[in-house]
Design a protein around this ligand. Structure first.
Ligand code: BES
Ligand code: ZN
Length: 643
């Protein structure tokens, strides 16, 4: 059974009609093909983290009509799916995690047989199989579970304003199946639209064109408003995102702006004032921004990630509002995903590095263009240190988890969220850039995004593309691209971008470690990146006098910059430094960003009697405020059951 049989003539016709590849690529039913074969039938294109059967029936459009029920913490309503079917298709298989299915009908409203398979008991969820009887559209009436992993429902007290509740979603990697019944696989692109209702006073935003910015009154539901959205570009389903709360908006440029709670809006707008410049720089590097608007949404502090590249609406943590734009490389990162990730998407989570490695590389190029080479070099050098630390943590250079292309079958795709994908991936691209020269590399990358726009990609596909369009002679083998992608460790030709400014910092580290004299530290003149290099480069064992000297001179316990605060507290905990305890507690209760929370709890648990009871006490209080993504990690570190 092959959809290919059906599509090939169709695609050829479209090509003739539109006289160009753009239309063909965007055609809703265009199946991603590799050498005449469906990508879903290829070894690297088969997604083991989805129950979907795209070779038989494939979702091409999702239409949501949902009520956000803040009391019951459920999304309730319907999802209508458009399908393309292979000739002899019998059923469509969707992904579901905890969905309560009430009814399934076809386009004519006639009931269809459906069955919910057994839940895997872990992140995979259960297959929802619908017998089609020829139906090319199915309408599912359903509700999400109150504990849906993709959704976090916040009480008013968990927001800045404290007046209204808040809801946000996080779809990546395979969480959207907990609130949307669709084929939840990154290689199965879908256009979508939505109508969402919420109580008066709440604004709903989504990662799509917003058709009703202020919402519309609803005749038969007084006290509620409806918001409508539309995404006409086919996107990977993990990129459907929603947030709802007391949100205000401020324009930043012609095609950009920021949403935040009213009390944070001004701070957010000034932190992100360079966004237009970043978009322009990105376009000059690698081609037109294809999504229309680029807005940012600042979430409440419970948001578990730093940022999430939801199309047209990047979600960010408020912990990057440092007041001095020093952490905006995160915005450059999420913006870069508008090409790497959102246009060209990893076909499966085994190739997560195709999203993140390319994005870290691209992010750094945006930073270089907007803030200069020195700044970019510091960021790249910090990334190198993160990568080295992660290689160690993963078990060293031999560990299979240090491969770029992974085999995550049967595992949580989040296991692949390491600095291997991010930083080793970026170092690989820098190594290629240095070999072929920046001009050739940039020209290739720009065309690569165009050629593969709105398509899934695999490591094998990348290699074929590079061999055909980038390399000359035996460059590919000289670099050893297969070794880079499929073997563990770090090849010897890895390009380490080293910051000159860090030499002075490293000097200060040595001087201070020897003398304990804070006067050798040029802190006031340092950028945030130099300060981070300093704190992370200090010996992990420090005496109390030195820690006190640092704290008293640089007020580290109350550092407003979250990255500085985190780096300091990590060091302080490792040394069981009593004067940092209050700061640790306040920090852990103030936000739920996993990148900060998880390592600090780990450090506390590693600090014996000094840290363990303290960790348990804080976690007991903080846990209800954290997102499931964060508690999922911290639960492993801080067991609460034994008291
Ligand atoms: N797409 C990721 C976030 C993500 C990855 C969520 C995998 C779920 C599963 C996002 O672009 C990202 O990488 N965020 C980073 C910040 C970035 C600057 C490295 C984060 O949140 O820490
Ligand atoms: Zn990313």
């Amino acid at each position: 059974m092959k959809i290919a049989n059906l599509i090939a003539p169709l695609a050829a016709m479209t090509l003739l009609a539109a006289c160009g590849s753009e239309q063909e690529l965007r055609d809703r039913s265009a199946e991603p093909m590799v050498d005449g074969e469906s990508i879903y039938a290829t070894e690297e294109g088969r997604d083991t983290h989805s129950y979907a059967n795209p070779l038989e029936a494939r979702v091409t459009h999702v239409s949501l009509d949902l009520n956000a029920d803040f009391e019951e913490r459920r999304m309730v309503g319907t999802a209508t799916l458009d399908l393309v079917l292979a000739e002899d298709a019998e059923e469509v298989v969707l992904d579901s995690k905890g969905l309560e299915i009430r009814e399934v009908v076809n386009g004519e409203g006639e009931a269809l047989r459906w069955e919910m398979g057994e839940d895997s008991g872990d992140v995979h969820g259960a297959p929802l199989t619908i017998a089609l009887d020829g139906a090319e559209q199915v309408k599912i009436t359903y509700a999400s579970a109150p504990g849906a992993a993709a959704l976090q429902w916040l009480e008013p007290e968990q927001t800045e304003g404290g007046e209204e509740p808040f809801l946000f979603s996080q779809g990546q990697a395979i969480l959207n199946r907990s609130w949307i019944p669709t084929q939840d696989s990154p290689g199965i692109r879908q256009t979508w639209d939505a109508r969402i209702t919420a109580p008066e006073g709440i604004r709903v935003v989504m990662s799509a064109e917003m058709l009703t910015p202020e919402g519309e009154l609803i005749d038969d539901q007084p006290g509620r408003r409806a918001f409508r959205f539309r995404m006409d570009e086919p996107i990977a389903p993990y990129l459907i995102a929603i947030a709802a709360g007391d949100l205000a908006f401020q324009e930043l440029g012609d095609r950009s702006g920021v949403y935040a709670e009213p009390s944070m809006l001004a701070a957010a707008a000034s932190e992100f004032e360079d966004i237009e410049e970043m978009i322009t720089a990105a376009e000059q590097l690698y081609g037109e921004y294809r999504w229309g608007r680029y807005d940012l949404l600042v979430l409440p502090s419970a948001f578990p990630f730093g940022g999430m590249e939801n199309p047209r609406l990047t979600f960010v943590t408020p912990t990057i509002l440092a007041g001095d734009k020093s952490l905006v490389s995160l915005v450059a990162h999420e913006l870069a995903h508008s090409w790497s990730g959102n246009l060209v998407t990893n076909a499966t989570w085994n190739d997560f590095w195709l999203n993140e490695g390319f994005t870290v590389y691209f992010e750094n190029r945006i930073m270089e263009a907007v803030y200069g080479r020195e700044q970019a070099e510091m960021l790249a050098d910090l990334g190198w240190a993160d990568m080295m630390a992660d290689i160690e943590a993963l078990g060293g250079l031999e560990s299979p988890d240090t491969r770029l292309h992974l085999d995550l079958e049967g595992r949580n795709p989040d296991d692949g969220m390491t600095d291997i994908a991010y930083e080793k991936g970026a170092v690989f691209l820098r190594t290629i850039e240095e070999t072929v020269g920046r001009a050739r590399f940039d020209a290739w990358l720009r065309d690569y995004f165009d050629r593969n726009a709105f398509r899934p990609q695999t490591s094998a596909g990348l290699i074929a593309d590079m061999r055909a369009n980038l390399f000359e002679g035996d460059e590919a083998d000289e670099i050893g691209i297969e070794q880079w992608i499929y073997e563990p460790g770090l090849p010897e030709n890895a390009v380490h971008v080293q910051s000159n400014r860090f030499r002075a910092v490293d000097h200060a580290i040595q001087n201070f470690a020897e003398s304990g004299e804070v006067t050798v530290i040029n802190w006031p003149e340092w950028t945030t990146q130099e300060r981070l290099r300093f704190l992370n480069g200090l010996p992990r064992e420090m005496d109390e006098d030195r820690l006190t000297a640092l704290e008293e001179t640089f007020a580290l316990n109350v550092a407003r910059n979250s990255e500085i605060r985190f780096a300091w507290l990590r060091l302080a905990i490792a040394n069981r430094y009593d004067d940092a305890r209050d700061s640790v507690e306040r920090f852990l209760l103030s936000m739920g960003r996993r990148k900060f929370v998880a390592p600090l709890f780990e450090a506390l648990m590693a600090a014996g009697d000094w840290g363990q009871p303290f960790a348990r006490r804080i976690y007991r209080e903080a846990r209800p405020r954290y997102h499931a993504i964060t508690t999922g990690t911290v639960d492993e570190t801080v067991p609460l059951s034994d008291g």
